[in-house]
Write a protein that binds this ligand. Structure first.
Ligand code: UD1
Length: 373
């Protein structure tokens, strides 16, 4: 029996781990797949709701590290995860995405000589002011199995000298979750509960420190909202970091009094997916949402200067605007008037990425698929 440990920590990890867990069930006779939750995100609506909705079992271990500065949080995760690894002696540690939990657990496993698989490897924004870029670079350099979502990832890893036999182009596990739960998301009837009609609103998310930590930047977001007052309703589920910054700067009240804007708490996976699917337009600084909107064919304006997911621009529905108010407002108006850029689906975004990953890892560890031995 082999033991594989998949690490989750923050909100964008859960929808990536769920399809992997399901895919490993086909090898359950030979692979014990365990889930370790670091506790980087801990609020019910940032964590628990995803386990329920994505049908993930309770984590086998919960490390409860909580929030802190980057160094504090990373160090706490490493200390706790080292104990786990020394006790469990897994054959493989699987990390997903680019959050602090990804980096911390990869470093810990590497120092104990435990092989590492990185799911969503090779993405690069080439912007080291983003903590996620540091997390991606370090995790990839330490990984033995690198699973890539888009062509740019293959090119980046080749350029960095990662041997080709470590790298596997498999598609996008986050899209696996989206494909599986799209219908169930519609059944949440979240539009009715907000009093919205399909394509009658813009959906907004913002949480990057570079966008929300400075009041001046938040004021620009407010200016975008104000400019669109007569053109669309806006739904804005507010991340806890953003909520704190809005309150500290006194801007929360001004956002809250705009008549066409609905502010709400962060939403669960299904409700948020349903809102994305029926939006006229999404404005975001998230990484994953650029991919999800591209898959759904919903226009996306990314409020960042760069993206580590260029396929969403080349083939998908995504456009970069930074926090340039004029650019955002004029592109939003075009989209609301029905001018949408042509788009197609990126290769292998077909709902089966996790099965490909499980097959590669099973073969690497000499594990036959159920019923074939
Ligand atoms: C983290 C990830 C980011 C990801 C995002 C998704 C890193 C470096 N950043 O950013 O890549 O896109 O998650 O949400 O790993 N907080 C709560 N409740 C929670 C979690 C956080 O209130 O359950 C608050 C705390 O005040 C905390 C702040 O949010 O200090 C930031 O949380 P943190 O995990 O440090 O980073 P995120 O901004 O969420």
């Amino acid at each position: 029996m082999r033991t594989f440990v998949t690490v989750v920590g923050a909100r964008p990890n859960f929808m990536k781990a769920a399809p992997l867990h399901r895919a490993f069930q086909a090898y359950a006779e030979h692979i014990r797949h365990l889930i370790v939750h670091t506790g980087q995100h801990y609020d019910t609506n940032m964590s628990d709701v995803f386990f329920t909705e994505l049908e993930l079992p309770e984590p086998d271990l919960y490390l409860g590290v909580g929030s802190g500065s980057h160094a504090e949080q990373t160090a706490r995760i490493m200390t706790a995860f080292e104990r786990v690894l020394l006790e469990m002696h897994p054959d493989l540690v699987i990390v997903v995405g680019d959050v602090n939990s990804t980096l911390a657990c990869a470093v810990t496993a590497a120092k104990l000589m435990i092989p590492i698989a990185h799911v969503e490897a090779g993405l690069r924004s080439f912007d080291r002011s983003m903590p996620e870029e540091i997390n991606r670079i370090v995790t990839d350099i330490l990984s033995d199995y690198l699973f890539v979502t888009e062509k740019a990832g293959m090119i980046n890893l080749a350029r960095e000298g990662v041997p080709a036999d470590k790298v596997h182009f498999v598609g996008d596990v986050m899209i696996d979750s989206l494909v599986r739960y799209r219908e169930r998301a519609r059944a949440t009837r979240v539009l009715e509960s907000f009093g919205l009609s399909p394509r009658g609103y813009a959906l907004v998310t913002l949480h990057r420190p570079s966008n929300v930590d400075e009041p001046d930047r938040l004021r620009r977001v407010l200016a975008v909202f104000e400019a669109l007052e007569n053109e669309t309703r806006i739904v804005f589920p507010v991340h806890p970091r953003t909520r704190t910054r809005m309150d500290e700067s006194g801007l929360g009240k001004r956002f809250g009094t705009l008549p066409h804007v609905t502010l709400c708490e962060p939403l669960g996976y299904l409700q948020f997916l349903a809102l994305m699917d029926d939006a006229a337009l999404v404005m975001t600084d998230s990484g994953g949402i650029q991919e999800e909107t591209s898959f759904l064919g919903v226009p996306c304006l990314t409020l960042r200067e760069n993206t580590e997911r260029p396929v969403t621009i080349e083939l998908g529905t995504n456009r970069l605007c930074g926090l340039d108010v004029d650019c955002i407002v004029s592109l939003a108006r075009e989209i609301l008037a029905g001018k949408v850029k042509p788009h197609t689906l990126p290769p292998l975004w077909d709902g089966h990425a996790a099965e490909r990953i499980a097959a590669v890892l099973a073969a690497a560890f000499g594990v036959p698929r159920a019923g074939t031995n």
